[in-house]
Design a protein around this ligand. Sequence first.
Ligand code: FAD
Ligand code: NDP
Length: 601
Amino acid sequence: IMSSSDAAARIEEAIKSNKVAIFSKTYCPFCKKVKGLFNELNTTYYALELDVIDKNEAALLQDALKQRTGMSTVPNVFVSGQHIGGCDDTLKFHQQEKLLPLLGIENGTTNSNPFEYDLVVIGGGSGGLAASKEAAKLGKKVAVCDFVKPSPAGTAWGLGGTCVNVGCIPKKLMHQSALLGQALSDATAFGWKVSEAPVHDWATLVEGVQNHIGSLNWGYRVALKQANVTYLNEFAEFVDDHTILTTNKRNKTRQVTSRDFLIAVGGRPRYPDIPGALEYGVTSDDLFSLPYNPGKTLCIGASYIALECAGFLASFGMDTTVMVRSILLRGFDQQIASLIGEHMETHNVRFLRGWIPVSIEKIGDGTPANLLVKYKSTETGEIQQEEYNTVVFAIGRDPCTPNLKLQNAGVELSSKTGKVLTNEADQSNIPNIYAIGDVAENRPELTPVAIQAGILLAKRLYAGSKVLTDYDKVPTTVFTPMEYGCCGLSEEDAEAKYGANNIEVYHTAFQPLECAVPKRDENRCYAKLIVNKLENERVVGFHYLGPNAGEITQGFAVAIKLNATKDVFDNLIGIHPTCAEIFTTLTITKSSGLSALKTGC
Ligand code: FAD
Ligand code: NDP
């Protein structure tokens, strides 16, 4: 919490360490005018945007400014430690030819910003686009470099990064198609006469999904233009800590300089080092635009991507197998991971547990082809083989750092993951180079995380904000046929952190009302709250397996972030009849040994 003396000290620090310090508000036209003047003079300024930072801090800073300068209005401008005044004062100071000498610029020949840009963002995905637009909004000269190298199968895409083109968006749309399939089969029990058995058409789905993505790509280009961000459809690599070399698709190169750089290059799917993987395998980079029905499909891997893809493929009626090396959903609550596996098995997904692929061979032409997959038992080493039409690798993602030539700028990478090492303010070991999103070490690989990090970084860099991204208790949802949302700790992690004796688990299985009439998925949904008994039963883990998990988890995550205790959930009145209301009536504890199976409403 800031005190009056802290506020005064912060102002002195800003004045002392910046040739030009402007206390400003982003919406104020006079502030914009004065910043425009310094931009014209090609002079870097530090702006503390009082409407962007915490309201209480802003009030204290404004009081301190009033005490120091007698002015309570913005802009309030200081140059080389000297107080100049507001907008008119600064313009007059310039007219009187006093400003340039104070800035150390003689006859307008020298400028204090030797760089083309204030900020160059490398990577136009979730994080990069958010950061670049925010920085430009704060008056900075910004460019975004975004270039997509085609996948080994030859798939490429437009602006927007992984989420929009080959991640969250097409995945969720395909999941929606799967949910509609389920709804169609439930419909007859609800009185609908469906004259023919519904048939899924892969090509129509892909066309619809890709058309939507095309419109998003276009929207992002327009948004960059409107925000005054320069879009460079070029691949970037570092020359030094203030210079990159960019290459466009015609192999034309140029050098671009910037005061600051943001690395937001994300990651790409990993391939196993086995014969035939690159030639015949595909990944999530290819699946959502596959121009032919994938047919009998093997999904290799057992985390988010493998399970989500297997879920929608099986629901379209494809013969679908998941090859699991060890466990499902490493890092997630393992009880729920098992429930997801059991549910998928009852919904036509076959699991090969304890196997890894050895080779893929093409044994028949056609579209899709016939592929012979050999695979080995992780326990006995036994080799088996089976034919598939499509093999999808979902065995993790590697950061796009190897081709960035980060060594030229001296940026340190994790030796284990190849990701950029950053401090809590997303800054690398090189002070003017930052990293956010999937490429940064120890950050959840999720779109909203990258976006939040990008916006807050721009505000810290160019508006004087001190607010850090809070990477704790990030809610997430796995869009398997039965969706799973969680926030906070898994039961395993809660036990490890607080001790098995200090936690309690409140839980229940249930059947959503909408599943009761078609008589499906009885007791397949599940709700669980993990509480810390030593902190008045503070809820440290929220887990929900059931319909609309993303929507439900997003709402309850606020309570978890606010450290709600179990009695807050108990005192909350439910909305009936919903699935979410189950969290207001959880009474069965695991320690009681009572059954968590639910009967009746
Ligand atoms: P990205 O979005 O990956 O963007 C990086 C960009 O940089 C890319 O366009 C890349 O081509 C470009 N680039 C790389 N190197 C260079 C270079 N040298 N020069 C120029 N450009 C370069 N998250 C969720 O929150 N919810 C979900 O449901 C979800 N589903 C997903 C499903 C799948 C199949 C996948 C793969 C991911 C999913 N994610 C999901 C994760 C989410 O997509 C990522 O966390 C998010 O896109 C990361 O954003 P980013 O800005 O770090 O990088
Ligand atoms: P993960 O890194 O989460 O999981 C990799 C999986 O592949 C694990 O099951 C792992 O098994 C297995 N694996 C690794 N190497 C091999 C191998 N050589 N042979 C066989 N299996 C192997 O990767 P994902 O690609 O699923 O997801 C990447 C990230 O994308 C996620 O962490 C998530 O943050 C994000 N994402 C988010 C989604 C969402 O929000 N709904 C959806 C999809 C992705 P093991 O456990 O044995 O190591």
